[in-house]
Write a protein that binds this ligand. Structure first.
Ligand code: ZN
Length: 502
């Protein structure tokens, strides 16, 4: 290796360490703010965080750093594969940033700040017209951004889709959602027409401390490593990490809805296991965490739905839950509990939707985003288009904007192209299950009382790589082939035809 190259590498390591340190501190402050910091602590925090993020921005965009990355990129054939990938990703990021005029980007940041506040107000008052002018600005910017970033390969909405899930464009998503539309929409109508039983135990009060005990028990069952991870409480559950030694999940405990915290815990543990199982060698790099949105969601939904709503799983663990919730569940059979946690209903809110209807909520958003970006739909007509689709897919009339077009925060945060990754992740989880099943008896392995075998399989096929390769590369190797929606449809139809005897 030339001396020059060695120098560039050591300079790169130095700046990267500084950046990692700043990110670390900012992340910890963010977690502190979301969990235990008192309300008024925001007064100084905002300013200090501003200074830290300015420092990161300056380091990242400095001529020195950009030059080092470019030099390393030119010699990437001499670097080891993981490091070369890290440099390639940074180089791509730098190239993209150059294409967007700085003043437009700053203006957009301002719009987003205001849009966030207006969206909250609009949702609170259930009045779309309050948010409409801000969403118009966001969509207008996104249409321009697409023009700036278009390449031979990615055009229009594809540019945005590619930002959240690299390598997935309208061709892949259209194919995917067409299958959902043809196969799942009629099936959902059939399932929704079945008369459902009542579950009086679901309306009872479940003490918060007991819900915490259940969540902790689930952590042990899923082999979450509490020496590298912890649990805390927030308004909305999420997973947080700095590297594989510091992975935390949060939860929210509704005393009148025990299933909410139970499945949030399993879902977030799924994200967290992914992060804990990334190879140690990536801890000090930029290619440490999970590789993409859909891949992350495929892990959380694998644990939440494929495992966490599986009969064999509960056959082993229900007695424990019943023991903790003695008062409420002592006369509830395993079959009733299983039926309840897999209850299917046409509903308005995506985040509360069951496993079967969930992808329809995502499809609706995908279709609307696609039209907004191509210009065949304008923001002023968005609410009407939304309500029509809810009617078409679920046969429901949206009662108010808050339960319709205003329910999600994504658009107000400028995220267009994000939603489809949720459904893609769910579909990937089903295909992973069939692949895993070919190598060992997944259901039989659950009888051990934990998910060790499953975790190991996912670690070897997906987790350990972190972001050291492109997501499609990791996925297609794990799947022994390409993503195919038919496994998802097969999984859902097999499961729910049995549950509802259809
Ligand atoms: Zn998730």
């Amino acid at each position: 290796m030339e001396n020059n190259l060695k120098d560039y590498i050591s300079q790169y390591y130095k700046i990267r360490k500084k950046m990692k340190t700043l990110y670390y501190v900012m992340n910890v402050v963010y977690f502190d703010a979301a969990t235990v910091a008192p309300p008024k602590s925001y007064i100084e925090r905002g300013e200090y965080m501003g200074i830290l993020s300015e420092d990161v921005y300056k380091l990242k965009t400095s001529d020195e750093f950009v030059n080092i990355v470019e030099k390393l990129y030119e010699s990437k054939n001499q670097l080891d594969l993981d490091f070369a990938h890290e440099i390639t990703l940074l180089k791509e990021e730098i190239e993209q940033a150059k294409k967007i005029p700085m003043d437009e980007m700053i203006e957009f940041e301002k719009t987003l700040n205001e849009a966030q506040v207006k969206w909250e107000e609009a949702k609170h008052k259930s009045d779309f017209s309050i948010f409409q002018p801000f969403l118009e600005k966001i969509v207008e910017y996104k249409r321009k951004e697409v023009k700036y970033l278009e390449t031979e390969e990615f055009k229009g909405y594809d540019v945005l889709l590619n930002m959240f899930e690299r390598g997935y464009t309208q061709i892949e998503y259209d194919e995917f959602f067409n299958v959902i539309k043809e196969e799942l929409v009629p099936f959902v109508k059939q399932v929704c027409a079945v008369k459902k039983q009542n579950f009086p135990f679901s309306k009872m009060m479940y003490e918060k401390t007991k819900q915490e005990e259940v969540a902790k028990y689930m952590g042990d069952v899923l082999c979450f490593d509490f020496s590298k991870g912890s649990m805390a409480e927030t308004e909305h559950p999420f997973t947080w990490n700095t590297n594989n030694h510091n992975v935390r999940i949060t939860n929210h405990f509704h005393e009148n809805d025990f299933a909410s915290s139970l499945f949030s815990a399993i879902h977030e543990f799924g994200h967290a296991l992914y992060e804990q199982n990334v190879d140690d060698k990536f801890n000090d790099t930029f290619i440490g965490g999970g590789v993409s949105m859909a891949m992350h969601e495929s892990q959380s939904r694998f644990y939440e739905n494929v495992i966490g709503r599986n009969y064999a799983f509960w056959k082993i663990h229900y007695p424990k839950i019943q023991e903790i919730y003695q008062e409420q569940l002592k006369n509830v059979s395993l079959d009733d509990f299983y039926q309840y946690i897999n209850n299917v209903e046409a509903s308005f809110i995506r985040t509360e939707a069951d496993e079967l209807t969930y992808p329809l909520h995502v499809m609706l958003r995908y279709e609307l985003e696609k039209e907004l970006i191509s210009g065949t739909l304008e923001v002023k007509d968005l609410e009407k288009a939304w309500n029509n689709k809810i009617k078409e897919y679920f046969g429901l009339e949206v009662p108010c904007s808050a339960m319709g077009v205003l329910q999600d925060s994504h658009w107000s945060g400028g995220s267009i192209g994000y939603f489809p990754t949720y459904a893609l992740g769910s579909a990937i989880s089903a295909q992973l299950y069939y692949n895993m099943q070919e190598e060992f008896d997944v259901i039989q392995s659950l009888k051990e009382g934990n998910t060790k075998d499953i975790n190991n399989w996912l670690k070897e096929k997906i987790h350990k790589f972190g972001s050291s390769k492109y997501p499609k590369e990791i996925l297609e190797k794990a799947l022994n082939g390409k993503f195919d929606a038919k496994y998802y449809i097969q999984y859902l139809k097999e499961k729910y035809s049995k549950i509802y005897s259809i």
